[in-house]
Design a protein around this ligand. Structure first.
Ligand code: 0O2
Length: 221
């Protein structure tokens, strides 16, 4: 390896990682626009939190090794779709699907994959809606098509997933069976709570509609 080759590789690597950061910037702006618009039209905020991260080079390399891929930027780009990730926490399940539809309908976004772990939870109880979206990034001399994994979930699903993640790591991935069972039960309770909250939310919305119609009629007279 000569110094020129090392310099070139360094530039390529930096641009590779930067493209994921730019993709997150673009998508975060899109989500923020939807959030503000939704708030303006419906007078309530469907998004509780948004967190985004670019996977660390160490985690990327670990995944490459685990999956047995060769060490090549092209192979990594083609096969690892969660280098850039955004996690959106919504108040209600209906908000998750509404937000997902709004994103999927944007013309400059290409839907690469949809995994609905809400309709089909994982065997351990994990629930979330996962989308892999591809976004064009306009660089100085090229356009890069970059994938971002978007995970959309409710507060209850997020609460469950973060506890499960901690337990999984605490026990070095061999969780005792009683905890596995309890986590599964907790996921079912979280799903029940989500359904109950959704029902209450719908009822309150109906009531809001009726009172707003009544006040419009009153204004007319
Ligand atoms: P991190 O640190 O969150 O990035 P693949 O990504 O292809 O290897 P898979 O299973 O096809 O694997 O991807 P999938 O189902 O889309 O899930 C990927 C991500 O979803 C995970 O990323 C987690 O963030 C989350 N996830 C999936 N299943 C579970 C689960 O059972 N419990 C919890 N807490 N999170 C889950 P990473 O790369 O594992 O980790």
């Amino acid at each position: 390896w000569n110094i020129e080759q090392i310099k070139l590789l360094k530039t390529e690597l930096t641009r590779f990682m930067m493209s994921y950061k730019f993709a997150l910037d673009e998508l975060n702006t899109k989500i923020d626009i939807l959030k503000q618009e939704f708030h303006y039209i419906h007078d309530y905020n469907p998004i509780e939190h948004v967190k985004s991260r670019v996977k660390s080079p160490e985690s990327i390399l670990k995944k490459v090794y685990k999956k047995g891929y060769p060490l090549s930027l092209n192979v990594i780009k083609e096969n690892i779709k969660d280098i850039a990730g955004i996690r959106i926490t919504c108040s209600f399940i209906s908000d998750i699907y509404e937000l997902s539809n709004m994103l999927q309908n944007q013309q400059d976004l290409k839907v690469i994959e949809v995994k609905d772990y809400i309709k089909h939870p994982k065997p351990n109880g994990y629930q979330s809606l996962h989308l892999v979206l591809q976004i064009p990034i306009f660089m100085s001399d090229r356009v890069e098509e970059v994938c971002v994994e978007v995970q959309i979930r409710t507060i209850a699903m997020d609460f469950w997933a973060s506890l499960e993640h901690k337990i999984y790591y605490k026990y070095n991935q061999t969780v005792p069976q009683h905890l596995v069972d309890e986590l599964k039960e907790a996921a079912e309770s979280a799903a029940k709570l989500d359904k109950k909250m959704e029902g209450i939310h719908r009822e309150v919305n109906k009531l809001k509609e009726v009172t707003s119609n009544e006040s419009h009629i009153k204004e007319l007279f």
